[in-house]
Design a binder for this molecule. Structure first.
Ligand code: UD1
Ligand code: MG
Length: 460
């Protein structure tokens, strides 16, 4: 039997009060909807359909052709949203798993378990429920005297007594596909909220069809993200899960509650992560590396035994045994060779270095190709921008660049060059040369007294 997924992600997310549509909002820097689509792909779902509407381009940009799209132009409620998939899905034979786009913590194991329970119990509709200590904001499960589910009551429509019910609707349902679309047509607009509630399918089906429930014990997995408080709670849950799994794999974490590791980051064993460190995107950290404290890495490839302290690394790669920081910033395809030293207040953008190169203090290296054994003195700058265009600097091997040197690009410095401190270099330097590009010093004997007046006594 075929399994379909129908994910509702067309809503505005008014309670979020954010600019981004809710389902595109990031949890640990990854959009909520991506978590759901990844889990569907890893589960026993054969085809997935996503209902989009509000700011649909943003969601489509993120997910692309991984799913098929249905469109809900006006946000008239979850029942109406599901109906929008009728022309794509309505005639197919099989089971449809309905999911809401604001539950990123659901995983593929839960999805498979729901599908198998639905099939085994021969239900026409299975409503996935949970029991929450604080059920506020969720639809409540109403049962008859025999304990059978008969309806779902939304918080807004519930009486004070119904609000005391702790059993809630997670918003996930497994349902016979054709029956679903026949029933969606029958939902009427709720007079209070002026929306078509998907939850009404329970009342419409419970008299004539087999409607059951499946209870999720791990409540955290099915929380709906409706506001930014829930975003931070979801991030905390995810962060704890990820950190725990890494620690059990041999990643040492100092104060793990201050460490955030993204869902798709790969970290090998025997790595140490110090406090206040965030590693996200498709970063990879190899064995023996020591990362942090106070470090942010996004899409960074860090090789064996690298040390990074108090630094930022974005979309860049650092090779074996190199040390980064404190207070260094690598970005936009910086590729730093092995055994380099990138020290205090050094920024490197879109540049490569080979082995054993050092820039220990106060340097900017942009759009450059740098060889091995190059020493950048403190205050060295590749002057890559003329106000209109960016230009390239090429530096060979075994080059010594004295402190406070400006290399005005485009420029080429060949191997074995020595540049005197304080030089502003505007011309290429041939192999083996000493370059001095600064004004000559003049010493005027006994002249300083004309410029320095003696200070009156007791002054500062
Ligand atoms: C919904 C359920 C509630 C359940 C809760 C679980 C209904 C009526 N209520 O409430 O019983 O306990 O989820 O988290 O279904 N959406 C659309 N189009 C719309 C409206 C919403 O696509 O017109 C999408 C949203 O993008 C969102 C999802 O449906 O991803 C749920 O909408 P939301 O407003 O968050 O519903 P809840 O109030 O949380
Ligand atoms: Mg919700």
């Amino acid at each position: 039997m075929a399994n379909f997924a129908l994910v509702l992600a067309a809503g505005k997310g008014t309670r979020m009060r954010t600019k981004l549509p809710k389902c595109a909002f990031p949890i640990l820097k990854k959009p909520m909807i991506e978590y759901i689509v990844e889990n569907l792909e890893a589960s026993e779902i054969d085809e997935s359909f996503l209902v989009v509407g509000h700011e649909k381009e943003v969601i489509i940009d993120l997910i692309g052709e991984r799913v098929q799209y249905a469109f809900q132009e006006e946000q008239l409620g979850t029942g109406h949203a599901a109906l929008m998939a009728k022309s794509l899905l309505g005639d197919k034979k099989g089971t449809t798993l309905i999911l809401l786009g604001d539950m990123p913590l659901i995983d593929n194991e839960i999805i498979n378990k729901i599908l198998s329970t639905h099939e085994k119990s021969n239900n026409d509709l299975t409503v996935v429920t949970s029991t929450f200590d604080n059920p506020q904001g969720y639809g409540r499960i109403l049962r008859d005297q025999y304990g059978r589910i008969k309806a779902i009551k939304e918080e807004k429509n519930a009486t004070e007594q119904e609000k005391q019910i702790n059993e809630i609707n997670t918003g996930i349902y497994a349902v016979n596909n054709r029956l679903l679309f026949e029933t969606l047509n029958k939902i009427e607009k709720d007079p209070l909220k002026q929306e078509y509630y998907l939850t009404d399918i329970v009342e419409l089906l419970s008299d004539t069809y087999k409607v059951g429930t499946y209870a999720i014990r791990n409540q955290e997995r099915v929380m709906g993200i409706n506001d930014l408080v829930a975003v931070s709670e979801a991030e905390k849950i995810l962060r704890n899960d990820i950190n725990r799994a890494l620690m059990l794999k041999g990643v040492s974490m100092i104060n793990p509650e201050t460490i955030t590791i993204g869902h798709n980051v790969k970290i090998e064993g025997n790595v140490t992560i110090n406090p206040n460190t965030t590693i996200t995107g498709s970063s990879k950290i190899s064995e023996g590396a020591i990362i942090g404290p106070n470090t942010e890495i996004h899409n960074g490839i860090i090789h064996e035994n690298v040390e990074v302290k108090h630094s930022l690394i974005f979309d860049s790669e650092v090779h074996t045994r190199t040390t980064i920081g404190p207070f260094a910033h690598l970005r936009n395809n910086a590729n730093i060779g092995r055994d380099n030293r990138v020290g205090n207040f050094v920024e490197i953008k879109k540049s490569t270095t080979k082995a054993n190169t050092k820039m220990s203090h106060l340097a900017y290296i942009g759009d450059s190709e740098v060889g091995s054994n190059v020493n950048f003195g403190s205050g060295s700058v590749t002057v890559n921008y003329d106000g209109i265009n960016k230009h390239k600097t090429v530096i060979g091997n075994d080059v010594f660049i004295g402190c406070n040197t400006n290399l005005i690009a485009p420029i080429k410095i060949e191997d074995n060059v020595f540049i005197a401190a304080g030089s502003t270099v505007t011309k290429d330097i041939p192999k083996g040369a000493l370059a001095i590009a600064r004004g000559h010093q003049i010493n005027k004997e006994d002249y300083a007294k004309n410029l320095i007046k003696p200070k009156p006594k007791n002054s500062d």
